[in-house]
Design a protein around this ligand. Sequence first.
Ligand SMILES: [Zn+2]
Length: 155
Amino acid sequence: MNCVHEKELRTALLTGRIQGSLEQHVRSCEDCRSFASMQRAMTMVAEAPIAEKALPDPALIWLKGQILRHQRMEAQIVRPMKIVQFAAQIAVALGWAALFTWKWPQILSLTTDFSISKLIGTSISTGFSTSTISVMLTLVLITAASMFQAVFAEE
Ligand SMILES: [Zn+2]
């Protein structure tokens, strides 16, 4: 504020009375007018009753922000993992479908008289090659691991 009446105006604002020549000056002086209106606004804010509901603790707001930020980051990290997991589950399902499609007669003959030792020990008599058996065992393991993961990862 660049006005010779500044000190006079401050005193007048403190007492709440702007009279006479000062009042006339304030009407014509842009600086004094804006200072006086700002001063009145500040006084109104200062004298306003404190809001019924207190503002929340800033530390709490900050903490909430941090938690939300971490949740967003976690979601971004987990998303590609879920896509890979979903693709793996589809691959396993397709593997089972392919196995059942191509080896259905042998599987049927197995169901009548099933035993793991027969499956592994006499692969020739059952009609399964060792590579087919290893594919089946791999699929069983992946399926079991996938089910295990689905059950326990949700917790
Ligand atoms: Zn002035």
